[in-house]
Design a binder for this molecule. Structure first.
Ligand code: IPD
Ligand code: CA
Ligand code: CA
Length: 256
């Protein structure tokens, strides 16, 4: 069963993250000096891919460090072996493994596991979302002004209208608490379980959001881009809320 393999891979990765936490491990840079990849990202990724291929050698895999392992399968595993690598490399225990499964272009399964808090978020299309096996639901807040929000910044500065700093400034000037944890997958899961009421980020990759977005939706929330279009893992912008504050947060994010 897909879910069994998903959970096995998530657990194996979580053990590796714990085993190497605080190092020493090799760290190198990717797109910018602070866009990091560690030896542990690669170990985690290798373990996840090996587990998937054991049972499903023909499935398509898209993983952050390995790239695409293309097949003709309609099932695609979308993997972030460590989301929050900068946190991980600095010994900050806000990081996780994130694995989503897409079938015929639709997300059907997702798991996000932060082994340092022992929090495993899982969602299955149409079956709801859970945290350590218990059903979770988004918050009930209806006013964006009374919300607690979270965001993230891209590794490379985006010099565009409505860039991340301008949006950040608007939310802060409105007096709304806005956090920045450093892991988009955890941000999304914390919207799903009601710790945050909303999340937005400008430039995410499919592996950052695939599992977390399904977890938000299955917990009763709403995920779109900044224009309100329905979520797909291939969009860069992600706006995820409890649903109640979605339009108001969208307006705030897009204000001039
Ligand atoms: C990053 C984290 C971070 C977000 C970045 C992502 P990584 O993923 O999700 O919160 O702000 O945009 O790239 O590099 O740690 O896997
Ligand atoms: Ca990531
Ligand atoms: Ca990563």
């Amino acid at each position: 069963m897909l879910k069994t393999t998903l959970l096995k891979a998530t657990e194996a990765s979580g053990k590796i993250l714990q085993q190497y936490f605080n190092g020493p491990f090799e760290v190198s840079s990717k797109s910018t000096v602070n866009d990091l990849v560690t030896e542990v990202d690669k170990r985690s990724e290798a373990a996840i891919i090996a587990i998937i291929r054991e049972t499903y050698p023909d499935h398509f895999i898209l993983s952050e460090e390995a790239g695409e392992i293309k097949t003709n399968s309609t099932i695609k595993w979308i993997i972030d072996p460590i989301d929050g690598t900068v946190n991980y490399a600095n010994g900050i225990p806000i990081c996780c493994v994130s694995i989503g499964v897409e079938k015929d272009g639709e997300m059907i399964l997702g798991a996000v596991y932060n082994p340092f808090m022992n929090e495993l978020f899982v969602a299955e299309k149409g079956q709801g979302a859970t945290l350590n096996g218990q059903p979770i639901h988004v918050s009930r807040k209806t006013e964006v002004a009374k919300s607690c929000l979270v965001t993230g910044f891209p590794y490379q500065w985006e010099d565009m209208p409505n860039n991340p700093l301008q949006m950040f400034e608007r939310v802060i000037k409105a007096g709304i608490p806005l956090r920045r944890l450093g892991s988009a997958a955890i941000d999304l899961c914390w919207v799903a379980c009601g710790r945050f009421d909303g999340f937005y980020e400008h430039h995410l990759q499919p592996w950052d959001s695939a599992a977390g977005a399904l977890i938000v939706e299955e917990a009763g929330g709403l995920v779109t881009d900044f224009s309100g279009n329905k979520y797909t893992p291939w969009q860069k912008q992600v706006l995820a809320t409890n649903g109640h504050i979605h339009t108001a947060l969208q307006e705030l994010v897009n204000a001039k």
